[in-house]
Design a protein around this ligand. Structure first.
Ligand code: ADP
Ligand code: MG
Length: 334
């Protein structure tokens, strides 16, 4: 038996926004697979194209030019009508966001909203949809789900609201859950609980999950595989253990170095990678990370010239490619 066929397969995905100042290429030639029952972490700084990628997969972009291929269980999604996509969203794939309040209606009870989702996608009777909603709220760990189903979003804490969103995402039993920074707005304890919940549901239901985050700590907790994005492109792609033990791309190493460590004093300053994200309006010819790259900085003039003039393609060992002219495999410093 070969490897299982991917549930989600993205190839050559390029998303360009026409703007007054020119085209913004937010995602460029991106490719990844998500296998059934696995979690892919997509990690990168703010502006690296993570949300644009997830919205493209869900077919939620308006006004953007989208090229490439996105297949879900073998079916091409790019080019489907809104109607076809609407049918798939919910039933086959669902998404949760950073801010549940913006996705919940203030005037309807939480139970009504979860039930409505079920009704729309399954054409179920109200009483049945209502039961499914209570079951879903119970499954995501909301205490007294029958009573709380009758409450309004503002009566829930941030963490409980995110549980409601997860219940809404799961009530139609999708195969794929895309979670875009689902814990970023939550405090650390609640964040851990939500990540645990997603990991448990993923295991129990054999869900495929795309976990989008700027935080490698989140990736370490839930992901099997990790795609590191920089400037709309893939910088590195690896199984989670390989990424943490032998990060090949200097950008990944920088992200790892900026993680707080257990032996840090409490008042230690956060270590961020110096510099800012690259311009997507006028991309530099070479590696987008070169201006901030510690490896490029210590390279010979010839090496630096390569970094600033020649865009690195994704290469390296099977299963752990990196887009760098001087990657550091096997933990060897670049
Ligand atoms: N509708 C849009 N029009 C123009 N540019 C956009 C639009 N949406 C996103 N972008 C740009 O695409 C880039 C990636 O955005 P995004 O995917 O939201 O980043 P993040 O990795 O933080 O989720 C950003 O530079 C952003 O300004
Ligand atoms: Mg985002």
């Amino acid at each position: 038996m070969g490897a299982p066929a991917p549930l989600l397969s993205v190839r050559d995905l390029t998303v360009t926004f026409p703007t007054k100042r020119g085209p913004v290429r937010a995602v460029d030639s991106l490719a990844f697979d998500v296998l059934p029952g696995r979690t892919l972490g997509i990690v990168g700084e703010s502006g690296s194209g993570k949300s644009v990628t997830s919205l493209a997969v869900m077919g939620l972009h308006t006004g953007a030019e989208i090229k490439g291929s996105v297949t879900l269980a073998g079916r091409e999604l790019i080019g489907l009508s809104d109607r076809e996509l609407n049918a798939l969203r919910g039933r086959r794939m669902a998404m949760i966001f950073q801010d549940p309040l913006s996705s919940l209606h203030p005037y309807y009870t939480v139970g009504e909203q979860v039930a409505e989702h079920h009704r729309v996608h399954f054409g179920s009777r109200r009483a049945i949809a209502r039961e499914r909603a209570v079951e879903a709220l119970a499954e995501v760990g909301i205490p007294e789900p029958r009573r709380r189903a009758g409450e309004y979003p503002h009566q829930f804490s941030g963490g409980m609201r995110q549980r409601v969103m997860i219940a809404m995402a799961l009530v139609c039993e999708p195969d794929l859950l895309i979670a875009d920074e689902p814990t970023t707005a939550l405090d650390v304890t609640v964040q851990a609980q939500i990540l645990e919940l997603i990991a448990r549901l993923q295991q129990e239901r054999g869900l495929s999950v795309v976990m989008i985050t700027h935080d490698l700590g989140v990736v370490a907790r839930v992901a099997h595989d990790v795609l590191v994005m920089y400037g709309g492109r893939a910088a590195e792609h690896a199984p989670v253990d390989a990424l943490f033990t032998s990060p090949a791309h200097p950008y990944t190493r920088g992200l790892l170095d900026s993680l707080p460590r257990l032996d840090d004093p409490d008042d230690a300053p956060l270590r961020a990678i110096p510099g800012g994200p690259p311009s997507l309006l006028e991309p530099a010819p070479g590696c987008a990370f070169a201006p901030r790259c510690p490896r490029a900085a210590v390279g010979s003039a010839e090496e630096r010239g390569r970094c600033t003039s020649e865009r690195p393609s994704l290469g390296g060992p099977d299963g752990h490619p990196a887009a760098c002219h001087f990657p550091a495999y096997e933990g060897v410093a670049p």
